[in-house]
Design a binder for this molecule. Structure first.
Ligand code: FAD
Ligand code: NAI
Length: 328
């Protein structure tokens, strides 16, 4: 009997790889350091409803991803989100419609990764710290010093800085991952008892502290009695305020939002700040995935592609395809 394939990281990249391998008849086993799946596509459950603190929506351009999207749509995990879009530039807020279809998980962003995970075996709350190879198989060690294995192959599907130490058995791949810079993003959620008097539902911001804000509640399925908003700071602002206290981040970004939105913004009845340390690669790459197929070690994630949901999914797909090609 062949040993299963280990996948480290249950974001969209790891789950895309898992899905391809499982469909091809291989046994996979996932390890995830958080308590749930989704990574940067996860949704936070809160007293004011579920909040998309990471990925806000996604677009689909590659044929393979469009096919996957259409399947998720037919299964009810994804719906189109067509917000009243605005942009803020040179001190003014103006409508900014376009023809781009934008998609969200339904009833929350994490519905997509939850569906991809299905019944696949996974250990949550398990941070892998070492990946090492014996004469025939791979073994993984976690942060508590416990070993997991044996595995025939390993796919590392974490952000590049977290992949680097796990790629130590393949120094060339480790060096590529070590060269990837990932930028942080501070994300803040605000909830108001009464709806803000504005038609804005999503806004691309081109100056100041913020990069984007959206009315979370207007996304399909995010039913709540509160008017919920999610604000994202720019990479530069997030870097400068990396170690700021959460309450200060909330205060500063709430203030910036109140300046831009053009209506009265009362004190929110609920606030939350989340720091994404590795939110996005500083630049896009076109590696698809990293592979040492002879060794049986692969790496994937948005940092191997476009730095978006679509790129992460494609990268996981590519890692799994390369693994399968090598087995033929
Ligand atoms: P991740 O989602 O980061 O998954 C990696 C997983 O590995 C995580 O679950 C992590 O917990 C786990 N992990 C890490 N280290 C270990 C370890 N040692 N052991 C075990 N598990 C480990 N994209 C868009 O297309 N549209 C958007 O609007 C958009 N907005 C965004 C806004 C923000 C604030 C952020 C942060 C991202 C946004 N993105 C957006 C980017 C998009 O979310 C990512 O490109 C995509 O989700 C990355 O998926 P991934 O699987 O590569 O990585
Ligand atoms: P997209 O095509 O909607 O947006 C791409 C970029 O085009 C936007 O960032 C924006 O600058 C601009 N843009 C698009 N439509 C616009 C409009 N109507 N008016 C004004 N500007 C507009 O989506 P795509 O290419 O799928 O990108 C995903 C989004 O995710 C981007 O907004 C990106 O900034 C964001 N993202 C954020 C991350 C973070 O950490 N904050 C990480 C990764 C992606």
């Amino acid at each position: 009997m062949t040993a299963p394939i280990a996948i480290i990281g249950a974001g969209i990249a790891g789950l895309s790889a898992a899905h391809v391998l499982h469909a091809a008849g291989h046994e996979v086993y996932l390890f995830e350091k958080s308590r749930g799946s989704g990574g940067r596509m996860a949704s936070k459950r809160s007293e004011v409803g579920s909040l998309d603190l990471g990925a806000q929506y996604f677009t689909a351009r590659d044929r393979r991803f469009i096919d996957a999207l259409n399947q998720w749509r037919s299964q009810g995990h994804v719906v189109e989100w067509d917000p009243a879009l605005y942009q803020y530039r040179a001190g003014s807020l103006t409508p900014s419609q376009d023809e781009q279809p934008r998609w969200v998980g339904s009833p929350r962003m994490s519905a997509i990764t939850r569906a991809l995970l299905g019944d696949l075996p996974i250990t949550f709350g398990c941070r892998i710290t070492e990946v090492f190879r014996g004469p025939h198989h791979w073994t993984l060690q976690d942060a508590d010093g416990q070993n997991h294995g044996p595995f025939s192959h390993v796919i590392i599907a974490t952000p590049a800085p977290q992949a680097t130490p796990l790629l130590a058995s393949a120094p060339k791949l480790a060096a590529v991952a070590a060269g990837v810079v990932m930028e942080p993003t501070w994300s803040v959620a605000l909830a108001f008892k009464s709806p803000l008097e504005t038609p804005v539902e999503g806004c691309f911001v081109q100056e100041g502290e913020l990069d984007w804000f959206a009315r979370n509640r207007c996304k399909p399925g995010r039913d709540t009695d509160y008017d919920t908003w999610v604000l994202h700071a720019t990479s530069a602002w997030s870097r400068e305020h990396l170690d700021a206290a959460r309450e200060n981040v909330v205060e500063l970004l709430h203030g910036a939002f109140a300046e831009l939105i053009g209506c009265l913004v009362p004190e929110p009845s609920f606030t939350l700040a989340h720091r994404w340390l590795y939110a996005r690669p500083a630049q896009g790459h076109q590696w698809g995935a990293l592979a040492d197929a002879d060794l049986g070690l692969f790496a994937c994630g948005d940092w191997c592609a476009s730095g978006r949901v679509e790129g992460a999914w494609l990268s996981g797909h590519e890692a799994a395809t390369r693994l399968l090609d090598h087995l033929e």
